[in-house]
Ligand binder design. Sequence first.
Ligand code: HEC
Ligand code: HEC
Length: 338
Amino acid sequence: MGTAEVTAEADEAAALMRSAREALLDTAARMRTDEAGLADLAIPTDAKGDFAPPLESEIPDGPYGESIRRGREIFLNPGSNAAEYVGNSMACANCHLDAGRRADAAPMWAAAVSYPAWRGKNEMINTMEDRIRGCFTYSMNAAASPAGTPPPSGDAIYKDLEAYFHWLATGAPNGVELPGAGYPVPEKPEAGYDRTRGAEVFEAKCAVCHGDDGQGQQDQTGRYVFPPLWGPDSYNWGAGMHRVNTAAGFIFANMPLGQPFSLTPQEAWDVAAYINSHERPADPRQPQQGLSVAEADEKYHNHPGYYGDEVDGEVIGAGVTGDPTLTPAATGTVIPQR
Ligand code: HEC
Ligand code: HEC
C-alpha cells in the first residue's frame, strides 16, 4: 500500500470512530430523556471490534486537556516526569503498549471503567489511585527511587494519570469488562512450562532486541530503546509481570514487538518462565516486613513463578540492586513543573 492509501484509510477509520462517538453521546442524551434503552448504546469500536479510544488530536483544550497531556507524558516517560518515585528503567508504556491504548496489552481505557474494584492481591477495594500505586511500588520498583516510596496519596501524578485514563475511556460504559482488557493468558500447556526450552525461544526471537543478557539496549543518551527483562533496572519480584502466567499472556499477545500472537502458547509460557527465572529487585514486602524469602514466598507467592526457588543451584528472590551512579539518565520530554 502507498502512503496516500494508508493515510486515507487512517482518516476513514478516524472519521468512523468520531461518528460512533457522536452517536454514543446522542444515545446517552436520549437515554436521559428515556426515549431509548441500553440496547441502543453505541460504543466506539475499531475495525477489529475493540473499543476505540479517542485520538490524541481530540484532547480537549483547557485545564482538563492540560491534565490529560501531563498524564500522558508521565505514562510515556515516568523516569523524567515522575523521577522522584521511579527506581528502575521502566516506563508505564513498556508494558501497556501504545501509550496505554493497545487492546490485549492491559489498556488504560479498560482499566478506567473497572475501578474501584476488589483486588485479591491486597484483599480490599482499590481505587484507581491504589491500582496505580501498585504499579509504582512493584513494576517501577519505587523502593529504589529517590523518594523510596510511590507518590503520596493525592499527588498530582495520580490526578494527571487518572485524567489521561478517564479521557482514553471516553464513550466506554462504566463497570463493564471491555474486550481487550488485561492480557489474554493462553491456557497453561499440558507439558507445563520449562525455562530451558524458554531459553531457546529467547535466543531465537527476543535477544535481538532485549540483548543476549536480557538487559535491553540503550541509545547514546542512556535512554532505553529496548527495555531490560531482568536485573536491577527491571520490574521487581512483587510485580505482576514476574508471574509466569501474566508474562505469558503479555508476551503471547505482544511480543516479539510487531508480531502479536505469533508464538505458540507453549513458546509464550516457556519464554515467560525463562525471563522470570533470573534475579531482579527484591519484592519490597519481604525486607519491609522483616520476612525471609521463604516466608515471603509462602505469604505472597502462591502463583506460577520462580520466587524462592532453586535455579541452577541457587535460591533466587533475595533481589539485586544496581549501582545508583550507573542509573541511566532519564531523557525524553520533561513536563514543566506546576
Ligand atoms: C523488535 C524488537 C523486540 C523483540 C524482537 C522483542 N521485544 Fe519485547 N519489547 C520491545 C520493546 C520496544 C518493548 C517496550 C514496548 C514499548 O515501550 O512500546 C518490549 C517490551 C517487552 C516486555 C515488557 C517490558 C519489560 O522490559 O519487561 C517484555 C516482558 C518483553 N518485551 C518480552 C519479550 C520476549 C519474551 C520476546 C521474545 C519472544 C520479545 N520481547 C521480543 C521490543 C522487542
Ligand atoms: C513491568 C511491566 C509494567 C509496568 C512498567 C507498569 N505496569 Fe501497570 N500493569 C502491569 C501488569 C502485569 C498489570 C496487571 C495486568 C493483568 O494482570 O491483567 C498491570 C496493571 C495496571 C493497571 C490496571 C489494569 C487493569 O485493567 O486492571 C493500571 C491502571 C496500571 N497497570 C497502571 C500503570 C502505570 C500508571 C504505570 C507506570 C507508572 C504502570 N502501570 C507500569 C505491568 C506493568
